[in-house]
Every structure is written in structure tokens, then in C-alpha cells.
Write a protein that binds this ligand. Structure first.
Ligand code: URA
Length: 246
């Protein structure tokens, strides 16, 4: 038995708090009866309707996907471009990506049908570490990388402290590979941070997301998360880094 608001949130309709609001506003029925009590518990066989529409209660699945470049982080695209869910066609559950990577960015993306988990991870206060490897036109100096670490002004405000590491450089070709770890998830953030110090990102890959890493996978591959990995991510989302030590 689970709490009604949790089941509604897990169906991906809304957050748990908004689900509570829907219950209070008498918009939720269980087995055809209006329910306005927040403590109500439901079993897997109970039929739940929100504003007259039955909710889907699928088994929850969690995948780590290595998104290739040239794929949209979405379930469909009006221009007919390749989307993440094209790689999940053999799976019965209706999954979607958690957050997004740019069309041109490759790397680690979580894919699930657990709406509550997705909401939790995408919440702005959720400051999980994400590590990116960027191929840069030019060679940023130590001081320039330091600026990225300390926080840099973008049009949507200062960036939070980050860490940047030069992985390799080619003086002759004037190119370098830099690893950047950030805790935020603003639109095109890594590309914009490098632009702000005068460099263009030519290629970008997300190598890690919290405790998860891409290692050993090829672009286009996916694997299911273990129950432990799902728990670790929940702990990170709810308690920050210290959640992992509990
Ligand atoms: N930063 C970017 O610039 N692009 C991404 O896809 C992710 C982070």
C-alpha cells in the first residue's frame, strides 16, 4: 500500500506537493469515489483517476543511456530528428529522459518512467555533480580555468563554484581537452561558460552524473540501473553529498 499522492506523483503527472493539492481540491477518485483525505493509501489494484483521467501505473524502470551526438533529448520531434526514445523501442514502459543534453552533446542521460524520481532530480535545488569533457578550440590558461572554477557571469547570473582540469593540450593544433564539473544544469551552461572566457566548445560529452559514470559504454548503448544506484541517486537528491554517507 502506498500513499495516494505518491502514486499520482510517480505516474509523472505532477510533483507530490501538487498531487496533494489535487486531492484537497477533490479532483482525485479512487475506484470511482472522490477522495479528499491526504493520508489515504492505495494498493496496486486500485483504479485512480485525476480530473477524470485514469492514471497509468507501470512498473518503474531506470536506465543509464549514452546519448550519441545528433539526438534530441525528448520523446518526439516535430522535425523528425532522432530522439532518445528511438533507442528504447523494445521496452514496453513509456520512458522519457530526465533533463536534457543538447542535440550536439553526447553522454550520460537518465531515462525512466518514474515521474517523481525525474521531478526530484530536475528540481533546481538538486545540486548533483555533473562532469563534462569538452574539446576546446584554443588553450585556456590556468587563470582562465580558475575563473570558471570561481564563478563567471552569464546572462542568467553568476555560475556556482565548479572545478576545471586541463586533461590534454596540443600546442601545434591549438586545441585542448578540459574536464569541467558543475553542480547546476542551466541551458547550454558548459558551452556558455567557455564562451564567457573566450573559447568555443567543439565537442562536449557528459561523463558522469552524481554517482553514475559512462565508463565502458559506447554511444547509443543503455543499461538498467541497479536498485542500489537508484537509491544512491535518491539519497543525493534528498540530502546532497552527505546523503551518500548515511
Ligand atoms: N552544458 C552544455 O553546454 N550542453 C549540454 O548539453 C549540457 C551542459
Amino acid at each position: 500500500m502506498e500513499r495516494l499522492q505518491k502514486v499520482i506523483a510517480q505516474a509523472g503527472i505532477t510533483s507530490r506537493r501538487k498531487a496533494e493539492q489535487l486531492i484537497i481540491e477533490a479532483k482525485v477518485k479512487v475506484n470511482g469515489e472522490l477522495v479528499t483525505e491526504l493520508g489515504t493509501k492505495v494498493s496496486p489494484s486500485d483504479k485512480i483517476e485525476v480530473e477524470g483521467i485514469p492514471i497509468e501505473r507501470e512498473e518503474k524502470v531506470y536506465y543509464l543511456f549514452y546519448k550519441p551526438r545528433g539526438v534530441i533529448s525528448a520523446v518526439d520531434d516535430d522535425k523528425g530528428r532522432k530522439v532518445v526514445t528511438d533507442y528504447f523501442q523494445e521496452i514496453a514502459e513509456r520512458v522519457y529522459p530526465v533533463g536534457r543534453l543538447d542535440y550536439d552533446t553526447s553522454g550520460l542521460l537518465l531515462v525512466t518512467n518514474d515521474g517523481e524520481f525525474a521531478n526530484l532530480l530536475m528540481h533546481p535545488s538538486f545540486e548533483i555533480k555533473k562532469t563534462y569533457v569538452a574539446k576546446i578550440a584554443g588553450i585556456p590558461s590556468k587563470q582562465e580555468l580558475r575563473k570558471l572554477e570561481q564563478g563567471i557571469k552569464l546572462e542568467d547570473g553568476m555560475t556556482a563554484p565548479a572545478s576545471a582540469k586541463m586533461l590534454s593540450l596540443d600546442k601545434r593544433k591549438q586545441k585542448s581537452i578540459v574536464e569541467l564539473t558543475i553542480h547546476e544544469g542551466r541551458n547550454r551552461q558548459v558551452r556558455r561558460m567557455f564562451e564567457a572566457i573566450g573559447y568555443k566548445v567543439q565537442k562536449l560529452r557528459r561523463e558522469s552524473f552524481g554517482t553514475l559514470k559512462l565508463k565502458g559504454m559506447n554511444a547509443g548503448e543503455k543499461r538498467e540501473l541497479t536498485p542500489h544506484e537508484v537509491k544512491q541517486l535518491r539519497a543525493l537528491a534528498q540530502n546532497g553529498e552527505k546523503g551518500l554517507r548515511q
